[in-house]
Ligand binder design. Sequence first.
Ligand code: NAD
Ligand code: DAU
Length: 340
Amino acid sequence: MKILVTGGAGFIGGNYVHLMVKEHPEDTIVVLDSLTYAGNLETLEPVMDAPNFRFVKGDIRDRDFVSALFEKEHFDIVINFAAESHVDRSIENPQIFLETNIIGVSVLMDACRKYGIKRYHQVSTDEVYGELPSDRPDLLFHEDTPIHTSSPYSTSKASADLLVLAYHRTYGLPVTISRCSNNYGPYQFPEKLIPLVISRALADESIPVYGEGKNVRDWLHVYDHCHAIDLIVRNGKDGEVYNIGGHNERNNLEVVKTILKALGRSEDLIHYVKDRPGHDLRYAMDPEKIETELGWKPEYHFESGIKDTIDWYLNHKEWWQHIVNGEYQSYYERMYKDRK
Ligand code: NAD
Ligand code: DAU
């Protein structure tokens, strides 16, 4: 099969490509990525010379470019990881989120309709369901939980999900959607909580914790997410949504303290800062559907997964230091200066 992976130079797409190039040598993987601030060719270095891999630089918003690529390549499967993915950036500048996360998706699906594919898979998020209360551990997000978004980011992702389902119903496009909880693991851009804490703690810099650090996220290792997507793409049912999560709820303070302890750093580095506007209190997924229908089970436990991840950042300092020493510096100044 020939598989188009959009956004494959980012965190999850990059990990997906690493795993699939090895596990499915019979498939050809073509990555399409515009290399925004979050896209990094160094992430793709381990697969760049693989015979079943190719990289194409391009923008999913560019209708003519995408159409020409589909006409030439005849893809069997399209998996869309490409997105603007950071909530804080969406609060600062929503426009690009609407353009990439909604218009970009419509461009891809129109090309799928025109040239024909076996499956279009949309990588979505638990954030489309909004937030859960923190005093009701019995409440989880199910696939039929109503969409109820908070940030421009989650609203753009929810809009894309609705569009994908509309293309299935109206045009019969064979689609699937996965909605996953927070990922952690190798190659995550250090604007996100876990790599931000690791990189700043290693430099003995203050760790910004929003509000009181009580917000809860449901953490899943990125490899578990990637294997879930692979199962859905191969065995999932057209028109269906699948929730992905590992029942791994932690509040932010617990996560930060775990990392500081593992790195032998003092909790005095923790610095409480102004909260994120519209900050969702708690996310928690019910993955029962993908477990029972497709036989998926997460392999990583948070305790060992976070240790492996910390080791990865210790052993790949060059990868993230290129980022934190570059344009990211001015992002950090801009984003955190009013939060003190
Ligand atoms: P990321 O920001 O690390 O990577 C996004 C990639 O998309 C980058 O390589 C970037 O260059 C590329 N891209 C952005 N705009 C593009 C455009 N217009 N055309 C082509 N390429 C473009 O994101 P991530 O954390 O890897 O997330 C991947 C997907 O998974 C996103 O759709 C996100 O919404 C979803 N998701 C993320 C998480 C998480 O915890 N990170 C959890 C659930 C779902
Ligand atoms: O839930 C899935 C989502 O997870 C994905 O759809 C998003 O693409 C991804 O970015 C992530 O969103 P979050 O907003 O949950 O991730 P982030 O790492 O930005 O923040 C995690 C939690 O940590 C959140 O409650 C905010 C808090 N936080 C974050 C940063 C960057 C802090 O307290 N301090 C920080 O400096």
